[in-house]
Design a protein around this ligand. Structure first.
Ligand code: 8IG
Length: 260
């Protein structure tokens, strides 16, 4: 179980007895995490057991430990391993399991995604209320019957709403990727009850719930889903939307950490 080794390596390296929570920073979120607390230390994820180097530009690959204003130790994962990389679900959820093994009781999973609601302009953060996992995969092995009725913690969503009462909520639909959806697939996601389309988070949430972590999921809509927007999707637009949303995301994360 390399997540136990990774947790031990993390705690030893940064000389802390445990961490309290973790944040996974997805596309567009890295800049929002600057100045969230006092840095305890930083390292490459690849320097810890079981982590591989992420491959996508803008996806990072580092870990920063901070002490928040309320004295909590938070592990900020900048970058994640995606299921579409084809290495299976183990590497995808390694960070989540490492965080839990290092003592975390909560995890904030962020991502950049496509929006299905035309009212959500690129740059709008949306709380994940529930998810639909269309990957056909799971990080769970054997007869592991994990309840997902309230996978995305109502308590943490209420705290996020204290910080920003205008935050919309939505259902996140994970496709395998790496290609973006066709317009027909976007329409299907909408008919199925989805509001957001992306390529991460649901497998991490499943692993987090298995590990007993409270989960808060926040999506940054960086583009409208294919066929909703008149223009083709480009990775550059994703990066731009993230930059423009930075101040709002930073105060959201900051306000959240003050309440945890
Ligand atoms: I950023 O439109 C980002 N990630 N599946 N669809 C999917 N993933 C995404 C999208 C999108 N935008």
């Amino acid at each position: 179980m390399s997540h136990h080794q990774a947790a031990q390596a993390l705690l030893t390296r940064f000389n802390v007895p445990a961490i309290d929570l973790a944040l996974v920073l997805g596309s567009g979120w890295a800049g929002a995490s600057a100045g969230l607390g006092e840095t305890i230390g930083e390292c490459e994820l690849a320097d810890l057991p079981g982590f591989a180097k992420p491959v996508v530009a803008g996806h990072g690959g580092s870990l920063r430990l901070i002490r928040t204003a309320t004295g909590k130790v938070a592990a900020l994962f900048n970058g994640r391993t995606h299921f579409y990389e084809g290495r299976g679900t183990g590497p995808v959820v390694h960070g989540v399991r490492t965080a839990a093994a290092a003592g975390a009781s909560m995890i904030v999973l962020t991502n950049g995604c496509g929006g299905l609601n035309p009212d959500w302009a690129p740059g709008t953060p949306v709380l994940i209320r529930d998810h639909i996992n269309l990957t056909g995969a799971t990080p769970l092995e054997g007869a592991t019957f994990i309840d997902l009725t309230q996978a995305y913690s109502p308590r943490l969503r209420a705290l996020a709403h204290e910080v920003d009462p205008t935050l919309p909520e939505g259902v996140y639909v994970q496709f395998r990727g790496p290609q973006y959806e066709t317009p027909a697939e976007v329409k299907m996601a909408k008919i199925l009850g989805g509001d957001l389309v992306g390529m991460s988070t649901t497998l991490e949430t499943i692993a987090a719930r298995e590990a007993g972590l409270e989960v808060l999921g926040i999506s940054l809509v960086t583009n409208l889903g294919a066929g909703i927007s008149p223009t083709p999707l480009e990775h550059a637009e994703v990066i731009e939307a993230g930059k423009a949303a930075e101040p709002r995301l930073r105060s959201l994360l900051g306000g959240l950490l003050e309440r945890l």
